[in-house]
Ligand binder design. Structure first.
Ligand code: DC
Length: 225
């Protein structure tokens, strides 16, 4: 049994899981894994390498071998085989490719192993789609965040514009609905809460309110109250 505690924070795009996970990790002094970044980087690597999504052998090799380095500030900067791809992975094509590779079992299996390696003392906060249900089923705390599609598109819009990436709200809403559909209908690890997850609707909640609720659960489960 692995004694290193994991806090799993799952949910659809724009549910706030990235922001909440980063804040909770900081408060707990835990490591942070944004698993979506791994799918996004694989998507970009597929494009750069001209790999066909049907070519399972090459896709698996790429997922296992691609060299990923996170910058000193954690997830703000990330390189793929030495090249900074921080902005590229956040573009529309980066999102679409991540969602497409995420629907391929071989890609998920290869990335599964890489995700387990992030579990190091004193603990890990992992965010994604299947952290609580599949990757870390023994997580001490499992949270599933939701919010209305309109609210999530609005959040994504602000995030992208803030990073200097061009975006329009109607395009984002449509892209988000397409991704929600693909992510929840795929056969392997579909987007859905783990049976023992706490579901939090963040539509009308501030970041601090959600962080406080998650921290209350962490303190309870980790005995840090
Ligand atoms: O969390 P995100 O929006 O950065 O994730 C991008 C895509 O990656 C998402 O549409 C589906 C895929 N993904 C996944 O399949 N499983 C995860 N644990 C995380 C992301």
């Amino acid at each position: 049994m692995n004694k290193i505690p994991v806090i799993a924070i799952d949910g659809p795009s724009g549910s706030g899981k990235g922001t909440i996970a980063a804040k909770v990790a900081e408060k707990l002094g835990f490591l942070l894994l944004d698993s979506g970044v791994l799918y996004r980087i694989l998507g970009i690597a597929v494009l750069k390498g001209g790999v066909h999504l049907e070519d399972i052998d090459r896709l698996t090799a790429l997922a296992l071998q691609m060299d990923i380095e996170f910058g000193p500030s954690g997830l703000d900067s990330v390189t793929l085989d030495g090249e900074d791809v921080s902005l590229e992975i956040r573009t529309d094509i980066g999102s679409q490719m991540a969602s497409k590779v995420g629907a391929i079992p071989a890609a998920r299996n290869a990335l599964f192993k890489r995700q387990l390696a992030f579990r190091k003392p004193p603990g890990l906060v992992a965010d994604g789609r299947d952290m609580g249900a599949v990757v870390f089923p023994d997580a001490a705390v499992k949270i599933f965040l939701t919010a209305s599609a309109e609210e999530r598109a609005q959040r994504r819009y602000k995030q992208l514009i803030g990073k200097g990436i061009d975006a329009t709200l109607p395009d984002l809403l449509q892209e988000l609905r397409e991704r929600d559909k693909r992510d929840s209908q795929r056969e392997i690890s579909p987007l859905k809460p783990a049976e023992d997850a706490t579901i939090l609707d963040t539509t009308h909640q501030s970041i601090d309110e959600v962080v406080n609720q998650v921290m209350a659960q962490c303190n309870n489960e980790l005995g840090m109250a």
